[in-house]
Design a protein around this ligand. Structure first.
Ligand SMILES: [Zn+2]
Length: 688
């Protein structure tokens, strides 16, 4: 098998998307896995002393080939899914995962890395090289590889049970959500609900051969009912059903997640102790920017103290509005969303549809590129490459002298067979190779509306402001990947960046979507070509911070609960709180403003921390927001499109990737440690 017969094995340039077929996947993956294992054997059994060139480089070469080929398969599986490709992906995924598990547990490799780190020659490696070796050693430890055999067996059993219990947690939430239905006999009872939601409910009932309307707890139905249904009793019924999902108050006791929460916490605690840590939070924080749970708690409480008065004001205003204008003197939790929408509509009357007409695709892309070219001193131009769908576009970034910096694909439109959401993926990572530099390549994928029609008669795609923000956000991740100058793949671009700092460059880019100097060049009405009226922009700005106090304390409530649960709660002794629910009640007493009903069982469906990757990490949302707002404040001081500030952000943050701690990069850029002030100011939480 050669690159000529299997394009997945061709690493001479960009992926050959025009030639790759599902039948290529298994033979390519098998060959690359065999190659990687042979390399592991060679370096692990090498009798001479470990050096960068005898240990790290051969492994990096073999893994880079595997990652590039497997990355293509994963990418295609996500954006042009077919049954054949899905089968090929699922057939090979366990094999690829198994190799990474082997690597993480190979004590011969650990000994080699240890030897390299302890050798006098280590001092002569550059900072990214040193960081990559330190990361390897850290990950062997956190992955349980260094435990004695008996403990290692137990560690593995914990991992397996956790994976299973967490999956069950998710299943219960899903089952409880799907099982609940409510039939409404006539449309009068749904007054206020948007017509498309009513249409869906009608169709869902008809599909079962029933009259009337079928309501469910799935978000596209639940949310608009809570927001818009005039029928208060209906809102109350659905609010109760949603708040008690997967709990002892829910419809089916088999779906109660209470016992699973206890089990998950006990397993995480045991895992932490096996590794020699006092709590799960401590283990989680080792590879993060935040250093200790105390630091995270202090951060959340500081922000909470400042946000709470604003949240109280938001709530008082909402309750008064509900009482005076909606005739709801006994304002209740099932009225919050409803009253919020009414107040918002009253105060900021502008239509998303009207706004959208000002954001045709070509203007938005030109506006985005203008910002990036101006502040970072680069040039972006469209180029050509093999792609996986005719609507995909390909671009090159060069420096002012025309030297290649990186390349990226834009796959912007929603279509069948493409996974929802928006994300940035790395296609090729920047690193030094024998022939010079391997330039980075990124995929930027969104699910935006496509143009209508084709050719000259096509109506251009118009984006909502929210869409534009999404595009800027993903492009920020892309720039982190593409503007790196690091030459070691495992810490170049977004790789090796602390998980709680990874959203800094992406959220940073969002700020430009709220700048008049940017928007006035980025907008042109799709018919009249007029730019966005200043008045409309002012309304957008006013609406931006609507109820931001309430939203902030809600995020802080989740973050505090999560960190206290994983840092201080003892699941065996039930101390210092009787139960996770008792802890949540205590946190709410401290920070929450919206009253909660007795039946609220929110944590039973809190998949982020019990089934997803956010355990002891929920604070990251706010953490990264503070960093990105504070980074952006330098641009507010020096000029929104300041190339001097841009050069510094590029040199000290984007270019460094994971090659040094994120805090060091931030301080080098900003000249001081991060502060809350800019975020508070952006959220209108500063009393001037
Ligand atoms: Zn992101």
């Amino acid at each position: 098998m050669t690159p000529e017969t299997n394009p997945l094995l061709d690493f001479s340039g960009l992926p050959r998307f025009d030639a790759v077929r599902p039948i290529h996947v298994t033979p390519a993956v098998d060959a690359l896995l065999a190659d990687a294992r042979a390399t592991i054997e060679t370096v692990a059994t090498n009798a001479s002393a470990a050096t960068w060139t005898t240990l790290v480089e051969p492994l990096a070469d073999a893994l880079d080939r595997l990652e590039r080929a497997w990355g293509v398969v994963g990418h295609l599986n996500a954006v042009v899914n077919t049954p054949e490709l899905r089968d090929a992906y699922h057939d090979n995924l366990p094999k690829v995962t198994a190799l990474h598990t082997e690597l993480a547990q190979d004590l011969r490799l650990y000994a080699k890395y240890r030897e390299l780190a302890d050798a006098p020659a280590f001092a002569f490696l550059d900072a990214p090289q040193k960081k990559s070796i330190e990361n390897e050693l850290r990950d062997f430890k956190l992955g349980g590889a260094l435990l004695p055999d008996a403990k290692k067996t137990r560690f593995k059993a914990i991992q397996e049970e956790l994976a299973q219990v967490c999956a069950e947690f998710d299943d219960h939430v899903l089952d409880a959500t799907n099982a609940w239905t409510h039939y409404v006999p006539n449309a009068d009872l749904l007054a206020g609900v948007p017509a498309d939601v009513i249409g869906e409910a009608r169709a869902a009932a008809a599909a079962e051969g029933r009259d009337g309307y079928k309501l469910t707890l799935r978000m596209p139905c639940y949310l608009p009912v809570l927001q818009y249904a005039e029928n208060r009793e209906l809102r109350r019924t659905m609010h109760y059903a949603n708040s008690t999902r997967a709990s002892e108050l829910g419809a089916n006791p088999e779906w109660d997640n209470g016992p699973l929460i206890d089990r998950i916490l006990a397993l995480r605690q045991e895992e932490a102790q096996l590794l020699g840590f006092a709590s799960f939070a401590e283990v989680s924080l080792v590879p993060r920017m935040a250093r200790t749970s105390a630091e995270v708690l202090a951060f959340l409480r500081d922000l909470g103290a400042r946000a709470k008065p604003h949240a109280e004001r938001d709530y008082a205003e909402l309750a008064a509005f509900a009482r005076d204008e909606l005739d709801l003197p006994d304002f209740a939790p099932w009225d919050f969303a409803f009253a919020t929408e009414k107040l918002k509509a009253k105060r900021f009357a502008f239509s998303e549809q009207e706004l959208r007409q000002y954001f045709p695709e070509d203007r938005v892309l030109a506006g985005l590129f203008r910002v990036v070219e101006t502040i970072y001193g680069v040039q972006i131009r469209e180029s050509s490459a093999a792609v996986w769908h005719p609507t995909v576009r390909f671009f090159e970034i060069t420096d002012r002298a025309g030297a290649l910096v990186g390349q990226f694909y834009f796959d912007l439109y929603a279509r069948e067979g493409k996974q929802g959401g928006a994300w940035m993926g790395d296609a090729i990572n920047r690193r030094r190779v024998s022939g010079g530099i391997q330039h980075p390549v990124a995929y930027m994928t969104c699910n935006l509306p496509a143009p209508l029609g084709e050719g000259a008669a096509a109506t251009p795609a118009c984006f909502t402001h929210e869409d534009v923000i999404t595009l800027f956000h993903e492009f920020g991740h892309g720039l982190h990947q593409l503007l790196t100058r690091v030459e070691v793949a495992s810490v170049s671009g977004i790789r090796g960046v602390e998980w709680d700092a990874v959203e800094l460059p992406s959220q940073f880019m969002e700020n430009f979507c709220w700048e008049w100097d940017v928007l006035k060049h980025m907008t042109a009405h799709v018919e009249s070509q007029a730019r966005l009226p200043r008045q409309l922009f002012d309304k957008m700005l006013a609406a931006k911070n609507f109820q931001v106090g309430l939203a902030t304390v809600r995020q802080l409530e989740f973050g505090l609960f999560d960190m206290l649960l994983h840092a201080q709660y003892d699941p065996a002794a039930h101390e210092p709180w009787d139960s996770p629910q008792a802890l949540l009640d205590a946190v709410r007493g401290e920070i929450a403003v919206l009253p909660k009903p007795d039946y609220d069982r929110f944590i039973h469906a809190f998949g982020h921390i019990f089934a997803g990757g956010y355990a002891a990490g929920y604070y990251s949302y706010k953490w990264a927001e503070v960093l990105s707002a504070d980074a952006y404040s330098l641009f507010e001081e020096e000029g929104v499109l300041s190339s001097a500030a841009g050069a510094r952000f590029r040199d000290e943050v984007l270019a460094r990737g994971g090659s040094r701690p994120a805090l060091e990069s931030f301080v080098a850029f900003r000249g001081r440690a991060p502060k809350l002030d800019a975020l508070l100011r952006h959220n209108g939480m500063v009393v001037s």
